[in-house]
Design a protein around this ligand. Structure first.
Ligand code: PEP
Ligand code: CO
Length: 462
């Protein structure tokens, strides 16, 4: 790592996959000049703090929960929408913390997740071909030539919407919304119909009693009243990420101040590519998405390039193998990385390897497959003696119908009623909480070879 970052021209001399094709260089230049003058969205010290917390995850001392939309969109930057996503993330975190007695590092896929890699550059409808939708940070979903133009001025809007989102999140998590004594109210609008709501209510009541006890004993710690929440997104748009990268005045090293953590996606992770070259200079914690085609030696080479010093907490590996492949391909990958002596945070994305098209034409995922991949991930790590460090989930706080299955037994005909995602299907609130209980159960059973004070705790009590 140096205290320099490559120039955009240097990055573009490498293979830069999945980039917008801007048609007006002057327009792009003035957008980037403007972005370079804007204040950072996050403080470098917060990125360091998250890196230390991820080091704890890598060392098996805590669990990482990362979640949010597949793609945020500009119109959804409303108080209601942001509150809904925060509520489901915090609820999941409380389930994991309380039921599994495990510290949870909370990271949103939020406040910057505005760009998507696409498998096809063009979309064709009724014989008309237009550029694919690449996220609100690039173009608009509407199927017209004007809407699908790659518009650099959208990058300013990415900054503005991310800033507004982060501002409200910071207010919520430090201003009382996340107070553990109010856990009950987070989901008070639940329709009391299912097992998940009941389990949540029972747990919330227990937490309230425990909190009341602690307060009566005189404990009134900030950790009861506030939460640390970090932002993250895929570092896909090189121009934007580059414009928000600043040299920290304390350490004289570069931080991408668009988010606390950024990750490189499955489609842009080539070792000689521009994205890897960019992130290797950053001090932020960095994620890598690895799908089933990753070769273990390739992964090792990539990690050596980005993190030659094996710095604790710098690397998170987010595996997204698919429920049917996780047991086959993950062991070799874990074995190869572990044999280098490297301690990374291993995180399971049980979403992206389990997408299919329903009979009635919706891109969906089955809750059972999501659970199966999480279980497969835990099984592999248990067998290999490594720590299953976290999960990475696409979710929303709303009661949408985008993934089938789960406690409400959504089937393919239900997808019609509330299918609202701009990109991939997300778990709704019930499905997210049900998943959190499932994971808590795995964690509370304990991990072979580890002492786990929680093992005696019976989750069935909820
Ligand atoms: C995503 O996280 O939305 C995504 C595109 O994932 P992946 O890079 O793993 O395909
Ligand atoms: Co997605």
């Amino acid at each position: 790592m140096t205290n320099q970052i490559p120039t955009l021209a240097q990055l573009h001399s490498l293979v830069a996959q999945q980039q917008p094709q801007y048609d007006d260089a002057n327009e792009l230049d003035s957008v980037l000049a403007e972005l370079r003058t804007r204040p950072p969205l996050v403080f470098a010290g917060e990125c360091d703090e998250l890196r230390r917390k991820i080091a704890d995850v890598a060392a098996g001392r805590s669990f990482l929960l990362q979640g949010g939309d597949c793609a945020e969109n500009f119109d959804s930057v409303t108080a209601q929408d942001i509150r809904g996503k925060l509520r489901v993330l915090l609820s999941m975190a409380v389930v994991l913390t309380y039921a599994a007695q495990m510290p949870v590092v909370k990271v949103g896929r939020i406040a910057g997740q505005y760009a998507k890699p696409r498998s096809k550059d063009y979309e064709t409808r009724n014989g008309v071909s237009l550029p694919s939708y690449r996220g609100d940070g690039v173009n608009s979903l509407e199927f017209t030539p004007a809407a699908r133009r790659h518009d650099p001025t959208r990058l300013i809007e990415v900054y503005n919407r991310s800033s507004a989102t982060l501002n409200l999140l910071r207010a919520f998590v430090k201003g009382g919304f996340a107070d553990l004594r109010t856990v009950h109210t987070w989901n008070s609008d639940f329709v009391h119909s299912s097992n998940v709501e009941e389990r949540y209510e029972t747990m919330a009541a227990e937490i309230e009693r425990a909190m009341a006890f602690m307060v009566a004993c005189g404990v009134d710690d900030a950790s009861i009243r506030t939460v640390d929440l970090y932002s993250s997104h895929e570092a896909l748009l090189l121009e934007y990420e580059h414009a928000l990268t600043r040299i920290d005045s304390r350490t004289l090293t570069p931080y991408d101040t668009s988010a606390h953590m950024v990750w490189v996606g499955e489609r842009t992770r080539r070792i000689d590519g521009a994205h890897v070259e960019f992130v290797r200079h950053l001090r932020n914690p960095i994620g890598f998405k690895f799908g089933p085609t990753i070769r273990p030696d390739e992964a090792v080479e990539l990690l050596n390039r980005v993190d030659p010093d094996h710095e604790p907490g710098r690397i998170t590996i987010i595996t997204r193998m698919g429920a049917n492949l996780v047991g086959k391909v993950l062991p070799e990958l874990v074995g190869a990385v572990t044999s280098t002596g490297r301690e990374v945070a291993w995180v399971c994305d049980p979403m992206h390897g389990n997408t299919f098209t329903s009979e009635n034409g919706y891109k969906t995922r089955a809750f059972a497959d999501v659970v199966a991949e999480v279980n497969g991930f835990f099984d592999v790590h248990n067998e290999m003696g490594t720590w299953p460090g976290g999960v990475h989930i696409e979710l929303t706080g709303d009661d949408v119908t985008e993934c089938v299955g789960g406690v409400d037994e959504l089937d393919e005909t239900d997808l019609i009623s509330r299918y609202e995602t701009a990109c991939d299907p997300r778990l709704n609130r019930n499905q997210s909480l049900e998943l959190a209980f499932t994971i808590a159960e795995r964690l509370s059973k304990g991990i072979p070879g580890r002492s786990n004070a929680v093992q005696a705790y019976r989750l069935e009590d909820f």
